[in-house]
Write a protein that binds this ligand. Structure first.
Ligand code: ATP
Ligand code: MG
Ligand code: MG
Ligand code: MG
Length: 476
């Protein structure tokens, strides 16, 4: 059966409600009392105090569909079939209640009984030494032993894909479920199997058994309370259920994509470069719409800068498709129409969202053409001089005068095989910060300038994928 994204969300939450979970609505994308994260990136993130026992949960079993943003995946967007910067994570959680046995059996029941996915196509993975999970998968669920992949720790780095941990604190082994989409999605290598980076075996669900307390140095002790934290990407599940090629082809995503095509007069699947632009706009405006609905405003720092970069990158790709005038609110309209079912706040804040988007788009529109032509001249000079690296000063000028986020400049340069001098760029940035800081000390700086040059909160810089990251290029 071909269920829509909105059906699948409801079915999942209903299923876990039938297993006595409390349905809770998605938490905001803006973390609450948590300086370790810039934006919520997993269903468990807003529930951390319940895992550690710091706070008492409203019930020991909870299920959510959580809004997530992973800017770190931006390079993959449009390149892989499965990555978005914004996605919805379905999750069921146990705070010292049920454990591995129920978590594994229920995930299997939901996929094979409720959704009627073919069990033959499902492949679990486990943490290398987790014999308990192995026994449950083979003896209780009945998955043949040879279909289970064990992921071990890398002896050099100590890292392991199937051991979930984030610094010190609650952590534990996990068990993922992959779906085999068949050879046509494979890389063609005879070694293609679960864990291969191609899009044949696609990871849909991760069950984390949060049973240890880590000291952050590789030492672990058993937690008094054993927890369950699971996460399944809704768009990925829909990709599998609707038997489409990528997350951009599921019903709600396709509607956004179609709108971009309508506005640009382009057809999808005709020109590879156009397709990249169509997917970038689709993904970024979806992220932006949700971020604005949670009160994030485009600024030059922290999460506001993440939003600004997403909007400006989408605006530039709109230009590449030949779209004239502001168009982002028209795309957001489709996002809201198709997602308000799960997120009524989108409808409530509709006008606000349109306003923020069009203001930011207009602001950038006033400088983008001039900026692009100046960047073009700079590139011309580079070609003449036989250089492949734009000076950091020039990149900074584009940022400072024309509002080009550094990664946008990097992306444009990348299209010609060029880069820019990051170190010099950072130096310019630092000088400007200092100047602004000194100016604030002597004059009474208020308003825009003051906030623009405010230093990024050091507690959030670790997650900030800002100036030093190169975003997806036009290569697929
Ligand atoms: P991958 O290895 O494919 O990048 P992950 O291991 O990083 O995924 P988890 O952190 O385990 O993902 O998150 C749980 C689930 O969330 C995944 O199994 C997947 O279904 C979904 N998911 C993760 N990242 C994304 C993304 N960028 N876009 C869409 N869905 C995602
Ligand atoms: Mg990932
Ligand atoms: Mg993974
Ligand atoms: Mg995973």
């Amino acid at each position: 059966k071909k269920y829509g994204v909105n059906d699948l969300r409801r079915m999942y939450l209903d299923f876990f409600e039938s297993k006595e979970h409390l349905k809770m609505k998605s938490f905001s994308l803006v973390p609450h009392n948590d300086n370790s994260l810039l934006l919520i990136n997993a269903g468990m993130a807003p529930l951390k105090p319940y895992f550690t026992g710091e706070e008492i949960p409203p019930r020991r079993r909870v299920t959510t569909c959580q809004k997530c943003v992973r800017t770190g995946d931006i390079e993959n967007v449009g390149k892989t079939a499965r990555h978005l910067t914004f996605f919805e994570m379905l999750g069921n959680f146990s705070f010292g209640d049920y454990f591995k046995h129920e978590a594994i059996n229920w995930s299997w029941e939901f996929l094979t009984k409720v959704l009627e996915l073919d069990p033959e196509r499902l492949y679990p993975s486990i943490y290398g030494e987790d014999e308990e999970a192995f026994e449950i998968w083979t003896k209780e669920v009945g998955v043949p032993a040879e279909k289970i992949t064990r992921f071990y720790r890398d002896p050099e780095t100590g890292e392991c894909d199937n051991f979930w941990e984030h610094g010190a604190g609650p952590c534990g082994p996990c068990s993922e479920i992959y779906y085999d989409r068949g050879e046509k999605y494979g890389c063609g290598s005879p070694d293609c199997k679960v864990g291969c980076e191609c899009d044949r075996f696609i990871e849909i669900w991760n069950n984390v058994f949060t049973q240890f307390e880590g000291d952050g140095k590789g030492g672990y002790s058993e937690l008094k309370q054993k927890n369950i934290d699971t996460g399944m990407g809704l768009e990925r599940l829909a990709t599998v259920m609707q038997e489409v090629d990528t997350v951009f082809d599921v019903d709600t995503m396709k509607a956004i994509r179609d709108k971009v095509c309508e506005l640009s007069g382009k057809k999808y699947n005709v020109d590879a470069l156009d397709d990249v632009s169509i997917r970038v706009i689709t993904d970024h405006i979806r992220s932006s719409t949700f971020m604005i609905s949670d009160g994030i405003m485009p600024t030059n720092e922290g999460r506001g800068y993440v939003l600004r970069r997403l909007i400006r990158r989408a605006a530039r790709h709109g230009k590449m498709l030949g779209i004239k005038g502001t168009f982002l609110p028209k795309v957001a309209e489709v996002v809201i129409r198709d997602s308000k079912d799960g997120y009524p706040e989108l409808e409530d804040k509709k006008e606000f969202i349109f306003n923020v988007l069009s203001k930011e788009e207009e602001r950038f529109d006033a400088t983008i053409d001039q900026g692009l032509s100046i960047l073009n001249d700079m590139q011309q000079k580079m070609i003449e001089a036989g250089s492949k690296v734009l000076s950091g000063k020039d990149a900074f000028k584009l940022y400072d005068t024309y509002g080009f986020p550094a990664d946008l400049t990097a992306e444009i340069l990348e299209e010609k095989g060029f880069t820019f001098d990051q170190v010099e760029f950072d130096e310019c940035m630092e000088i400007q910060r200092k100047t602004a800081h000194d100016a604030r000390k002597t004059t009474n700086y208020t308003g825009r300038e003051a906030s623009v040059f405010q230093k990024v909160d050091p507690s959030i810089t670790s997650e900030f994928v800002g100036y030093d990251k190169l975003v997806a290029s036009s290569k697929i």
